[in-house]
Design a protein around this ligand. Structure first.
Ligand code: MN
Length: 355
């Protein structure tokens, strides 16, 4: 199992590669190219430059998160042909840079959604939080809130170009059902998984975050049954999952350890996001430190499943709290995520050595 750290690039991230290199036990950067419009092919030269930068810092770039999927693919529009062709090309280019895993998601319009980016915890730190009643009707309020609370960083999935088109996108999804969205995912996977098999890359779909319905949009990656349906759409180890523990836990019906174990045993987990959350009501929650004692997930249990099943894929801490007055993109500061890395490392070493 390889510990990794998400990094948005020199111009977009407050954390440097040098700092990541100094987190004990971390040798992998989960990287992205932030400046390429969704749907365009990632140019090989840019990918190789990114790899060069990361390698020069003494780190590896086996995982990319995310290569976003164009809305026309999710909507199943005729124009998807062009975007799928670009996606196939991007997969081939990433393989040329020895990338092994591509994390992506298939959520309509929004990437991850929270209703607060600075929820105060008793120790004075802040975390991301979610209140279900705020995502039922009009998304404009929430968009305004996210735009004014992002510490000046552009957050993944909340790019201004994307948000500007929100009304248009909502009308494009009007009348679309979960079954339509699932058909479009299946079609997409049928087109790209053969390319992945050919070049040795695994696609790892990220669950809907939160794993609940928002704004009446179809969502198809929220539960054990959803994940089962997705892995069977194309029966190949290249059609894999990102088990984001915190995302899946946000659906109170999900038994996260059971889900993790099930799909690890099927060899369909390529990437794990470790994150802890705490429920404040049936559907509302806030994120916490990664410790079992701070949240509702037992992190020891999750790590034990990975160690016991000889998981050889990649794992990273997910969102961290804002602590020690750090100014960073909400959820993606250095300090709390570095603490999480050491906690995960300690759990993994302890479990391995007590065998
Ligand atoms: Mn995640």
């Amino acid at each position: 199992m390889k510990l990794s750290f998400r990094w948005f690039g020199t111009n977009a991230d407050s954390v440097s590669l040098k700092q990541i290199r100094q987190i004990p036990g971390v040798h992998q950067v989960v990287a992205t190219l932030y400046d390429i419009p969704v749907g365009e092919t990632w140019p090989l030269s840019k990918i190789l430059n990114l790899k060069k930068e990361i390698t020069a810092a003494g780190l590896k770039m086996d995982v990319i998160e995310s290569v976003n999927v164009h809305e026309d693919i999710k909507l199943g529009l005729p124009s998807r042909a062009k975007y799928i062709k670009n996606y196939q090309e991007t997969i081939r280019n990433l393989a040329k840079a020895d990338v092994k895993v591509i994390c992506y998601n298939f959520m309509p319009i929004f990437d991850w959604t929270r209703t607060s980016l600075d929820y105060k915890l008793p120790d004075g730190s802040t975390a991301l939080a979610f209140q279900r009643e705020l995502v039922q009707e009009n998304p404009q309020e929430l968009i305004k809130k996210v735009e004014t609370n992002n510490n000046g960083f552009v957050m993944p999935g909340w790019e201004p170009e994307r948000l500007a088109k929100i009304k248009e996108l909502f009308s494009a999804y009007a009348g679309k059902t979960s079954a339509d969205l699932a058909d479009n995912l299946k079609y997409f996977l049928q087109q790209i998984i053969p390319v992945c098999e050919e070049v040795g890359i695994k696609m790892a779909i990220h669950p809907d975050d939160p794993a609940q319905d928002i704004f009446g949009l179809p969502r198809i990656c929220k539960s054990e049954n959803d994940l089962e349906r997705i892995v069977s759409m194309v029966d190949s180890p290249a059609n894999a999952l990102t088990i984001c523990c915190g995302s899946l836990a946000s659906n109170p019906q999900n038994n996260v350890p059971h889900i993790l174990e099930k799909f690890v045993r099927k060899n369909r987990v390529a990437f794990v996001h470790a994150r802890n959350i705490k429920f404040t009501s049936k559907y509302d929650f806030h994120e916490t430190s990664h410790l079992s004692e701070d949240g509702d997930l037992d992190m020891y249990k999750l790590m034990k499943i990975l160690v016991d099943n000889n998981f050889t894929g990649y794992i990273r801490p997910d969102h961290g709290r804002a602590i020690w007055d750090e100014k960073a993109m909400p959820g993606y500061g250095l300090f709390d995520r570095a603490l999480a890395e050491e906690y995960l490392y300690g759990l993994i070493e302890g479990i391995k050595k007590s065998k």
